[in-house]
Design a binder for this molecule. Structure first.
Ligand SMILES: NC(=O)c1ccc[n+]([C@@H]2O[C@H](COP(=O)([O-])OP(=O)(O)OC[C@H]3O[C@@H](n4cnc5c(N)ncnc54)[C@H](O)[C@@H]3O)[C@@H](O)[C@H]2O)c1
Ligand SMILES: O=C(O)C(=O)C[C@@H](O)[C@H](O)[C@H](O)COP(=O)(O)O
Ligand SMILES: [Zn+2]
Length: 357
């Protein structure tokens, strides 16, 4: 299979390599100055980290595997502190490198560990989930959760390279695979309608790593993200569009004690944002229905019912808020993202009612 290479520009440029057999690129991304390489991976997935460790050992690095808890349980301050202790024990200096292998939770943690160790060492990311490949590992947002909210502590720390080996997707649990599709569909709504058409034409294929368009869907979503973060790494404006659906999604994840899949929460959050757009007179009802149809077709949820007051309170701490003003990414049409600033409480509650049934 041929490989695709997507360049991410900006002050710290790097490549995202997509295909199979991509690990040959790893030593070049780690670089010649490194001696020690810490490979951070989920403790339940040592077999996924094994080829990564092998490629690095063969290249002559001193490789140390640092297993962390699986999934979202990794994005906790205690786990991060454990990595700092391990880095100290290994004597990691500024020329040494952290390699994160796994899903988005693992790469978010590994990236933040790299960002914070000695005020910043090189990180190379090897995402092994669909969501990790198309979103989490690209763009330099790293971080952890705190009890008060999702991703509230973190740093912008672009990786030195991202390697997406599509073969690793074959072992993914179906529900986690589908979760990743939510971020791909998000990229379709905010920027690349061809993604929506690919999913709508063959939802069953889209929901399987064996599907005919897996590689194209991954590449298209990565290109959307790369284009945005190349222009606005630190979310001064444009980058906010990647947060479509996330204001409510993050509140749902917190309400569910981070046991709700991120992509599933984003799917619900996108329908909420679409309903907000419609109720604000900015989006036709047909486009809101298109959200429900395409998300449902691949098995993603589009409704949610829990105490509105709790969700509303959590949304205030969203990173797009400015002072007491809530700000949402909305749509004025397909691939026409806009902002809704300080919406009426009545509008927020009305949009929520639309997704509770
Ligand atoms: N930094 C960003 O820009 C960004 C973007 C989107 C999402 N995120 C974050 O990413 C996280 C979600 O990522 P995710 O969906 O990958 O979830 P995840 O990291 O929790 O992984 C999902 C599950 O898949 C398992 N897994 C990983 N690779 C596997 C494989 N190849 N085969 C079998 N099992 C495998 C994991 O162990 C885990 O149990 C959230 O924390 C979210 O906030 C970050
Ligand atoms: O890269 C971005 O920017 C995004 O918003 C991508 C989101 O899919 C991702 O979930 C991100 O982690 C959310 O960031 P946050 O700043 O809202 O925590
Ligand atoms: Zn997301």
């Amino acid at each position: 299979m041929t490989q695709a290479r997507v360049h991410v520009g900006g002050a710290d440029p790097y490549d995202v390599v997509i295909g199979t057999g991509v690990l040959g690129e790893l030593p070049a991304m780690v670089g010649e100055r490194a001696r020690t390489v810490a490979v951070v991976h989920a403790e339940g997935l040592p077999e996924i980290a094994r080829p990564v460790r092998g490629a690095l050992e063969q290249a002559g690095y001193a490789v140390h595997a640092l297993p962390v808890p699986d999934g979202e349980a990794a994005k906790e301050v205690g786990v991060l502190a454990g990595l700092w202790s391990s880095f100290a024990r290994l004597g990691m200096t500024r020329t040494d490198v952290v390699v994160g292998v796994g899903g988005g939770a693992t790469t978010d943690l590994a990236g933040f560990a790299a960002a914070s160790w000695l005020r910043g060492v090189r990180a190379v990311l090897v995402p092994t989930t669909l969501l990790g490949m198309v979103d989490a590992a690209v763009g330099g947002k790293t971080g952890i959760n705190v009890p008060e909210g999702k991703n509230l502590v973190g740093a912008f720390h672009p990786p030195a390279g991202v390697l997406c080996d599509l073969a690793t997707l074959m072992t993914m649990p179906h529900e986690d695979y589908v979760s990743g599709l939510a971020e791909i569909i998000k990229a379709g709504f905010i920027a690349d309608p061809a993604i929506l058409e690919l999913v709508e034409d063959d939802p069953k294929g889209a929901a399987s790593p064996d599907g005919p368009h897996t590689r194209e869907l991954v590449e298209r979503a990565v290109r959307v993200k790369a284009g945005v973060v190349s222009a606005d790494l630190r979310e001064g404006g444009l980058r906010e569009i990647l947060n479509y659906g996330h204001t409510l999604a993050h509140a749902i994840e917190k309400a569910e004690d981070y046991r709700f899949r991120h992509g599933h929460a984003v799917a619900i959050g996108m329908v909420y944002a679409a309903e907000l757009s419609r109720l604000a007179g900015r989006l036709p009802a047909g486009t809101v229905q298109r959200h429900r149809d395409v998300l449902t077709s691949v098995g993603l949820p589009v409704s949610y019912a829990a105490d509105w007051a709790g969700l509303r309170a959590t949304m205030s701490i969203d990173k797009k808020s400015r002072g007491s003003t809530l700000r949402f990414v909305v749509l004025d049409g397909i691939a026409e993202p806009g902002r809704l600033e300080g919406p009426d409480e009545a509008l927020l509650a009305a949009a929520y009612r639309e997704i509770t049934s």
